[in-house]
Design a protein around this ligand. Structure first.
Ligand SMILES: *[C@@H]1O[C@H](CO)[C@@H](O)[C@H](O)[C@H]1NC(C)=O
Ligand SMILES: *[C@@H]1O[C@H](CO)[C@@H](O)[C@H](O)[C@H]1NC(C)=O
Ligand SMILES: *[C@@H]1O[C@H](CO)[C@@H](O)[C@H](O)[C@H]1NC(C)=O
Ligand SMILES: *[C@@H]1O[C@H](CO)[C@@H](O)[C@H](O)[C@H]1NC(C)=O
Ligand SMILES: *[C@@H]1O[C@H](CO)[C@@H](O)[C@H](O)[C@H]1NC(C)=O
Ligand SMILES: *[C@@H]1O[C@H](CO)[C@@H](O)[C@H](O)[C@H]1NC(C)=O
Ligand SMILES: *[C@@H]1O[C@H](CO)[C@@H](O)[C@H](O)[C@H]1NC(C)=O
Length: 661
């Protein structure tokens, strides 16, 4: 009898558990152990311990995890008792950046009419939207974003905020990540990317049309005051059948985004998660294993330690000299992206020659692998003596570190030593574009690869000129400054670096920075760089890629010496396609080739006002604006300005740098 009773209870509780999990209006996941109720895509996966990982540290990726069963929000069925429900959600998440203090991407809890996000874009679009559907009412999407990047185009308030997004990424309301502590009676700041689990509550009160969002460390109770409390009528946003879940993305830098537990209730207060039962994060797990081993090893270690300390003290004394850096108090403001010289030294095997990737106008570049994270980097050593202007320059580096675009080589940080500056960049496995164009050691690029590179670089330049919060001039655009990533996407490098010479020791002299053949005529006269001198250089670059020749080719026939003139002459003769790179063997789309060549000539116009701006260039290349019909004679050549240089005394691929350095 007793056994039967027990079995019945067991049976009933199994049924109940089952129905609870299946009930579309409420569910709770204390970890996602083998859950088949989530639909995953992108790089998202569920670990064997039940941890849901939305993204790993791969760049420009996204990951989604949605509850498979649609949930009815705005019932059109008038006989149903509820039309628009109140709802309540809480979840525990953690964001673990690849490099400490350097954020990448972000994540969002999302309510959406569909689970298909394959048209969405990673990075700042959080895997939810793309440039054309961002902000459109037809999206019917509510997202609560946990954003760790400040994107000026979406008017983000900082790089560590929680925001309420309706149909797009410009938040309706947002606030820096903090929580209200009753014990201390004040708001306490939280850092989203500190890798520690945190909990978020989202509560909607339908009768009062009020949406509350509350954040706290996972170990704290729900704070009494919400972080955000916004008046909003969600019945005007959400449709009848909606999917609930998470989206996360990584950009040029990456973070791992995790969800540890999740509870949802459409008809009451969401149950609290059992924090102690939630799966552990990979790194925390490692640490606790380590701790248990430590207890065994500790007594033994104690004796060894004493001896070691003496040895290390002596060792440190010697090492301190080797790894000596220059640090000043004011640099703390820019703290996050400062690397230690020691790590860079180790990463590059002590700046060994075998790690040398190249030597450009600004200094030598080494390949390296960061000791702990094994992230591949490129380190540029720039000699720089001046103290003057250093502060401003470092402020600029810090702002450059925030400039992110898929066609720019990401600056990760810097380090300063006496007499030199080390700049740390993303490592680009395929090296620079000029090696592909002008040397036989690399494979030939076909036309569609080249065209994609041109469009990419153009969009990066547009971003620097018009879309970033301030205008950034590149000032040294050329094939050797365009690097190729693993997928052969073009990425513009060295942006903003030319400014280094503006903060040099001798502010009286105007330095002309750039490379012969890419210098606009007015630049050589006035020394003043503008967006249109960048466009000029971009024009030379377009021709370079299409023709497979350098702007000034000392090796070729005399009439082919100046590339612009030669292409212009071919155009006059009605044979512009003869300018195309012989290595392409005629395998290209004639309209595209013609567009690139003519656009190259137009950008190389000697009068700045005749050149298009980068937005127009991008539109021409994207084929949105059909390129104006032009006559060769109208597009005047700029050769007169090039003629002024005594060409044979200059090597053609060296940056012109201030003398005396
Ligand atoms: C991230 O996940 C994807 C898909 O599972 C995998 O191909 C990639 O190698 C992973 N990246 C890292 C850095 O682990
Ligand atoms: C409307 O709701 C009622 C009661 O919940 C239900 O019986 C009926 O089938 C629903 N009608 C439709 C069209 O969904
Ligand atoms: C991260 O930044 C914080 C404050 O900005 C600083 O206290 C901490 O030491 C930094 N951590 C690392 C690993 O650089
Ligand atoms: C943006 O996404 C929408 C739908 O998700 C799609 O129709 C559109 O083609 C996408 N646009 C771009 C530029 O990818
Ligand atoms: C939202 O927050 C306000 C202010 O603290 C509170 O009065 C209200 O009850 C909260 N509503 C919900 C649904 O949590
Ligand atoms: C939700 O339902 C209400 C009432 O039926 C209706 O006025 C509103 O347009 C609906 N919202 C959406 C987004 O369909
Ligand atoms: C949902 O709310 C109801 C009513 O408050 C409660 O009985 C139930 O346990 C909740 N379920 C979950 C999964 O939070």
């Amino acid at each position: 009898m007793g056994a039967l009773f027990f079995l019945t209870i067991l049976y009933v509780s199994i049924i109940l558990n089952f129905s609870l999990a299946q009930d579309e209006n409420q569910f709770i996941f204390n970890g996602f152990h083998g859950s088949n109720l989530l639909q995953l895509d992108g790089v998202a996966k569920i670990h064997s311990n039940g941890l849901l990982q939305l993204t790993n540290t791969s760049k420009q990726q996204m990951g989604h995890a949605f509850y498979k069963i649609p949930i009815s929000f705005n019932s059109s069925n008038s006989s149903a008792s509820i039309t628009f429900p109140s709802f309540s959600i809480n979840f525990v998440f953690a964001i673990v950046p690849e490099l400490p203090n350097l954020s990448g991407g972000g994540m969002a809890f999302t309510i959406s009419p569909s689970m298909g996000f394959n048209q969405a874009v990673a990075s700042q679009y959080l895997g939810l939207f793309n440039i054309s559907n961002n902000g459109i009412n037809a999206n019917h999407v509510l997202a609560i974003e946990l954003d760790t990047i400040q994107n000026p185009e979406f008017k983000d308030i900082d790089d560590n905020h929680v925001g309420i997004d309706v149909n797009g990424l410009s938040s309706l309301e947002s606030a820096p990540a903090t929580y209200f502590s009753s014990e201390e009676g004040k708001n306490i700041r939280l850092k989203l990317i500190n890798g520690v689990p945190m909990q978020l509550w989202i509560d909607y009160d339908a009768p009062h049309k009020k949406l509350n969002v509350t954040l706290a460390p996972a170990t704290s109770k729900k704070p009494k005051q919400p972080l955000l409390s916004t008046a909003i009528d969600l019945s005007q946003v959400l449709l009848e059948n909606m999917y609930v879940g998470f989206s996360a993305s990584t950009g040029p830098t990456a973070s791992e985004h995790y969800v540890l537990g999740w509870s949802f209730n459409r008809s009451g207060q969401a149950q609290d998660l059992e924090i102690s039962k939630l799966p552990k994060l990979p790194r925390q797990r490692k640490r606790s294993e380590l701790q248990s081993k430590m207890i065994v090893i500790l007594p033994l270690a104690a004796t060894v330690v004493v001896v070691l300390i003496m040895v290390i003290a002596a060792f440190c004394f010697i090492r301190r000299k080797k790894y000596k850096e220059v640090r000043e108090d004011w640099e703390k403001e820019y703290g996050p992206i400062r690397f230690s010289y020691k790590n860079l030294y180790k990463a590059t095997n002590g700046f060994k020659e075998v790690e040398l990737l190249g030597a450009g106008g600004f200094g030598k570049v080494y390949r390296g692998k960061l000791p702990n994270s094994h992230v591949e980097i490129a380190v540029k050593r720039v000699s720089h003596d001046s103290k003057q202007g250093m502060r401003q320059f470092v402020a600029e580096i810090s702002s450059m570190g925030r400039v992110r675009h898929r066609n720019l080589v990401q600056l990760l940080g810097y380090c300063r030593r006496r007499g030199e500056l080390l700049l740390v960049y993303d490592y680009m496995p395929n090296g620079s574009l000029d090696k592909f164009l002008f040397s036989n050691e690399k494979p030939n690029l076909n036309w569609s690869q080249r065209f994609r590179i041109l469009r990419g670089v153009a969009s990066a330049l547009l971003y620097l000129h018009e879309e970033w919060e301030q205008v950034i001039l590149h000032r040294d655009i050329k094939a050797s400054n365009v690097l190729l990533d693993a997928d052969l996407n073009g990425r513009l490098g060295d942006f903003g670096l030319a400014r280094l010479y503006d903060h040099g020791t001798n502010p009286q002299t105007t330095h002309v920075v750039g490379t012969l053949g890419y210098l606009a005529p007015e630049l050589t006269k006035t020394g003043k760089a503008t967006t249109s001198t960048d466009v000029f250089a971009f024009g030379a670059f377009l021709l370079e890629v299409a023709c497979g020749r350098r702007p000034i080719d000392l090796k070729g026939q005399p009439e082919e010496l100046i590339l612009v003139d030669w292409v212009m002459e071919l155009w006059r003769r009605g044979a512009i396609l003869d300018a195309s790179d012989p290595k392409l063997e005629g395998d290209f789309l004639a309209e595209e080739m013609e567009l690139v060549l003519k656009l190259g000539l137009l950008c190389s116009h000697s009068m700045p006002e005749m050149r298009p701006n980068m937005r127009q260039v991008v539109q021409y290349l994207d084929g949105y604006d059909s390129f104006p019909e032009m006559q060769a004679d109208l597009v005047m050549s700029s050769s007169s300005s090039l003629g002024k240089f005594s060409v044979d005394s200059l090597s053609t691929n060296e940056s012109i740098l201030p003398s005396g350095r």
